[in-house]
Design a protein around this ligand. Sequence first.
Ligand code: SF4
Ligand code: SF4
Length: 323
Amino acid sequence: MALAPSVSGNAINGLGETAARPARVVYWAPNPDDIPHGAMQRWFYTVDPDAAPIAAARAERQVILNAPLADLAGPPVERPPEEWTAALTRFVVEGICEKTGVAVMDQAWVYEGQSIAQSRVIVLGVQHDFDAISTAPDAVAGGEVIRQYGRAAGAAKAVAGWLRQQGWAAEPVTGPMAGKLLLIPPALACGFGELGKHGSIIDAEMGSSFRLSAVLTDAPFAPTPPESHGIDDFCASCRICEDACPPMAIASEKQTVRAARKWYVDFDRCLPFFNQTNGCAICIAVCPWSRPGVGLNLAAKLARRAARVQGSAADAATQADAP
Ligand code: SF4
Ligand code: SF4
């Protein structure tokens, strides 16, 4: 806490602001000196750096980050947009990632002061090992998060390399230092579920237990649609993550953040515990959607309930219209 800046992370995030504006980098800056919380970001790496799960995962990830990207080979291969998008299935089948989606680039997803010229964002999801993430806030969970950031980086580099070999420039974007692109908004736009009360995405297949990376390109991929499973309503009547969060950083009500009403985690409350515990991850581990096999069943149950409610409303309307 001695390293905390005078400015609140919630102010940087735009909590309470009613006008829209670009997001500012609050944490995980590529260069920590560029942000007020940079000293805290550097301190994160001093916590248990020699703990076996952390050290091994960091070394594994570094090898992936250091691997060269395939050279750009021209001329660009032409394919119909749907074929480009369908071709991404290969990366899931080969176990390189667990989910893919494509969004048409929206400048609202770019951090303040940055620009992105490419027209498409390919979003990639990699799932945590549930047993490992369930140990949160133990270092085993912290190591698992780093391991999956490594896999996510490997997936982005594999997809970018595949595109470059077909003559299309492609830029991998790998977390947590995503640099110029916010990852959650394009993921929500292209079918990765809904934002949960704990501030992370809940996907019907992977729950909250996954990490994201992306590829920026002009290859003409067809966008994939957003998905809604009633998760937003589910969160309104669940408080498992709220109760489990040691520093009580998860708000029970949605907040206004840069003109949007949404679930929000208090950055200033979360960060000290997050830093002290190699990234915490309790909230994503305890979320019921994260349990293997649970998410799709829950989504089906919510869909049946919504259909019943709709059916009852239609019956009531018919009876009201009857003479
Ligand atoms: S634990 Fe409950 S309230 Fe929290 S994100 Fe998961 S479903 Fe939503
Ligand atoms: S990461 Fe930990 S401290 Fe932060 S909101 Fe989740 S449970 Fe709370």
